[in-house]
Design a protein around this ligand. Structure first.
Ligand code: XLS
Ligand code: CA
Ligand code: CA
Length: 437
């Protein structure tokens, strides 16, 4: 059955087109710096925002009008599978991502929940065979159900920890069956509200133990997906343990997990942590930990995770610049972890929102490639640090300098001369590049 009957395949029509249901910048086969846009961007649809969510917020029920609204829970789950493949095909996105609880309803027991999952996973497997759609990543939702009130891997209750382990095991099996290229761990409630009732050391040790068990089980069943941890500084807990890229890398290092994980970085989580998205990507990249991206944007006037579709060109340009400089996104992709606003409740809005995100990323990719071609940033940065290429700078970089040798140099070097960072000039040139492509 078709759910989006009034919408056909979205085509690339180029910059002059005024058709809202067409791409102006995303031309999948267009080659940019030696790879097609499709290969660079590896777009994915987030199942939860696109098919499961209803637009409900703390002040009101859902507003979305969908073709599966009136069916019972299990039928809705089946209808969403069909809608997913129809949507992927029409919008031209090769990948999708889901949490276990997005695709199938929970039953009265864990066994019944797993049975529901099996029914839907069969349908997903068949749909993927029929359409060629691929799973960028799957994950386990260990935060919505009330049992996770005190966390999952960091809960104070060992029974809940065991349940989380069982849920994770099933999720890894599903990932293997559907050939997921990555597997994501986002610590939904892995954090705390107050130290007055919290054993932080035990919680962190337990979380690491769960990750080690996941690595061991994936090995055991031959599930070769890249494991990814997704940092977020707050929401739902006040102190999320995986605060940002740097904190997460330190955690992985401490517990001997660094070789088994990379990072799934989200734009809105970066800004919640007080960083830009490009900062988080650079931190991951220089540590060899860049895994995948959750593409969205926050609202500067709101302090929470609004998960808006990315439409800020300045940000997508700098994001794609970081990705290109890091040598690409590898097995990862650009997953639209983004939801249409509550007022955008029609099916057509799902298409328009993804088109906006895809065009903004494609535009950003073209601008980033031009930034590299024109050598604007690289050239400036290289010149800015040229003092480390010779003399005392070269001694420092070679690791031969000591405090005594620095003192000897500084004592005879009375005229230190700094140079301007030229920030405003560079920003204007960046604007010119963005609007020229
Ligand atoms: C929530 C997160 C979540 C992860 C997957 O803020 O973004 O959706 O991406 O669990
Ligand atoms: Ca996310
Ligand atoms: Ca988010």
């Amino acid at each position: 059955m078709a759910y989006f009957k009034n919408i056909g395949k979205i085509a690339y029509e180029g910059k002059g087109s005024d058709n809202p249901l067409a791409f102006k910048h995303y031309n999948p086969q267009e080659v940019v710096l030696g790879k097609t846009m499709e290969e660079h961007l590896r777009f994915a649809v987030a199942y939860w925002h696109t098919f499961t969510a209803s637009g409900a917020d703390p002040f009101g029920v859902g507003t979305a009008v969908r073709g599966w609204d009136s069916a019972n829970e299990m039928d809705q789950a089946k209808m969403r599978v069909e809608a997913n493949f129809e949507f992927l095909n029409k919008i031209g996105i090769p990948f999708y991502c889901f949490h276990d609880r997005d695709i199938a309803p929970e039953g009265a027991s864990l066994a019944e929940t797993n049975k529901n999952l099996d029914v839907i996973v069969d349908l997903l497997e068949q749909g993927m065979k029929d359409t060629g759609a691929k799973l960028l990543w799957n994950t386990a939702n260990m935060f919505t159900n009330p049992r996770f009130v005190h966390g999952a891997g960091t809960t104070s209750n060992a029974d809940v920890y065991a349940y989380a382990g069982a849920q994770l095991k099933k999720s890894l099996e599903i990932g293997k069956r559907l050939g997921a290229e990555n597997y994501v761990f986002w610590g939904g409630r892995e954090g705390y509200e107050t130290l007055l009732n919290t054993d932080m050391a035990l919680e962190l040790d337990n979380l690491a133990r769960l990750f080690h068990m996941a690595v061991a089980y994936a090995n055991e069943i031959g599930f070769g997906a890249q494991f990814l941890i997704e940092p977020k500084p707050k929401e739902p807990t006040k102190h999320q343990y995986d605060f940002d890229a740097a904190t997460t890398i330190a955690f992985l290092q401490k517990y001997g997990l660094k070789d088994y994980f990379k990072l799934n970085l989200e734009a809105n989580h970066a800004t919640l942590a007080g960083h830009t998205f490009e900062h988080e990507i650079r931190v991951a990249a220089i540590n060899g930990m860049l895994g995948s991206l959750d593409a969205n944007q926050g609202d500067l006037l709101l302090g929470w995770d609004t998960d808006e579709f990315p439409t800020d060109l300045f940000s997508t340009t700098l994001t794609m610049y970081e990705v290109l400089k890091a040598g690409g996104i590898g097995k990862g992709g650009v997953n639209f972890d983004a939801k249409v606003r509550r007022g955008s409740f029609e099916d057509e809005d799902l298409f328009l929102a993804h088109i906006a995100g895809m065009d903004t990323y494609a535009w950003g990719l073209k601008a980033a490639a031009k930034l590299i071609d024109t050598n604007l940033i690289d050239g400036f940065v290289e010149n800015r640090y040229r003092s480390f290429k010779e003399g005392i700078g070269a001694e420092i970089v070679a690791g031969r300098a000591t405090l005594a040798s620095l003192e000897q140099y500084a004592l005879q070097n009375n005229a230190i001369k700094n140079e301007s960072g030229r920030l405003e000039r560079i920003k204007l040139q960046l604007n010119e590049i963005i609007y020229s492509v």
